[in-house]
Design a protein. Structure first.
Length: 344
């Protein structure tokens, strides 16, 4: 699948924002990941369309690997790769950036996922280092890419979690390092904003689907797509009843650029879709849209009289305050992702 259609879609929905970035500089962490690649793709496209002259510096532990896998991005005249770790990269006197996007996370790393201290440190130490750079740069705005995971377990009877939702129990001993780390990172971002007058906007991201989504990590929709590619029966470890929602990657880019450039300082915005679907129905949809003949097996039976769990955002704030919406529906999102991965 050619990304031209998606990139033009992003451009059309953000066209009135790009002038803000003319001749500006942006620093991005997590630029080599799923979220970051979409931000880079859309920025390069907008630069080409409007001649913005916007330069992007991407922090990466392995810029050489990224350059080999994505030469069209790494070799772009608008992108500069900077080798370093988010928790300890050097801040030199000449490093000045107008805008900063902090999207680094180790949640998709299966090795680090088992190391609570490493996950917490990557979130908190990395955020502190990024905001040290923001304070040094006197940046115009910083976007912290956070996670809906900070809400904790969503009550089954709650349709969607709004930005002001707060779990009654707070953080317990069972809360994940990722959840606590993201919450602490948000506190740090807002504290730096108050102390150093660095405008910070927070995007709490939920679940996504689209090109560049890893198919071998913990993302259910990615795993299902990998199964149909390999003609392997889908096995759902649970009972298949939990409800999730998936925002398409091109829409994700629209939302993040809009939050950065149009959102209010100190505000939090949920980023995701409110089009709900059960995990089992999601697997069925992937099989149907891929024209695959693989079977779907659930390893557990639903518990009688128990409401299915949910992980769904309330996106009313983004809709009402920023004019955002879910532009590409789930069926089309899955079809585009399947096509990108050579299915169909």
């Amino acid at each position: 699948m050619n990304m031209q259609l998606d990139l033009e879609h992003i451009y059309q929905h953000t066209q009135n924002l790009w002038e803000t970035l003319r001749n500006k500089t942006i620093f991005i962490t997590g630029g080599t990941g799923f979220v970051g690649k979409w931000l880079l793709e859309s920025m390069v496209y907008a630069n080409g369309k409007d001649g913005l002259g916007c330069k992007v510096t991407v922090l990466s532990r392995n810029p050489g690997v990224f350059a080999r896998e994505h030469p069209h991005l790494a070799e772009s005249k608008w992108i500069e790769m900077l080798k370093g770790d988010v928790s300890s990269f050097e801040i030199s006197a000449e490093m000045k950036f107008d805008f900063i996007i902090h999207a680094a996370t180790d949640v998709s790393d299966p090795v680090k996922a088992k190391d609570d201290l490493a996950i917490f440190s990557a979130n908190v130490d990395g955020t502190r280092r990024v905001f040290d750079l923001a304070a040094h740069s006197k940046s115009q705005a910083v976007l912290l890419v956070s996670s809906g995971a900070i809400y904790g377990v969503q009550p089954a009877e709650l349709k969607g979690m709004a930005e002001n939702y707060s779990p009654q129990s707070g953080f317990s001993q069972t809360a994940s390092a990722y959840t606590v780390g993201k919450s602490t990172s948000e506190w740090l971002a807002l504290a730096y904003g108050r102390e150093y007058e660095v405008p910070c906007k927070i995007a709490r991201c939920f679940a996504f689907v689209g090109p560049y989504l890893p198919l071998d990590k913990h993302f259910a929709v990615g795993n299902f797509i990998a199964d149909v590619i390999d003609k392997r029966d889908i096995e759902i470890l649970g009972d298949g009843t939990p409800f999730r929602s998936y925002l398409y990657a091109a829409d994700l880019a629209i939302w993040l650029w809009t939050v950065l450039l149009k959102g209010d300082s100190g505000e939090v915005y949920n980023v995701g879709s409110d089009e709900t679907i059960s995990i089992k129905d999601l697997a069925s949809k992937v099989v149907e849209l891929s024209l695959s003949k693989v079977s779907i097996n659930t390893l557990k039976m639903p518990v009688k009289n128990r409401l299915p769990s949910r992980y769904i955002p309330d996106i009313g704030k983004a809709r009402n305050e920023l004019g955002l919406d879910v532009y590409i529906g789930l069926d089309d999102s899955i079809l585009r992702t399947l096509t990108w991965n050579g299915v169909g």
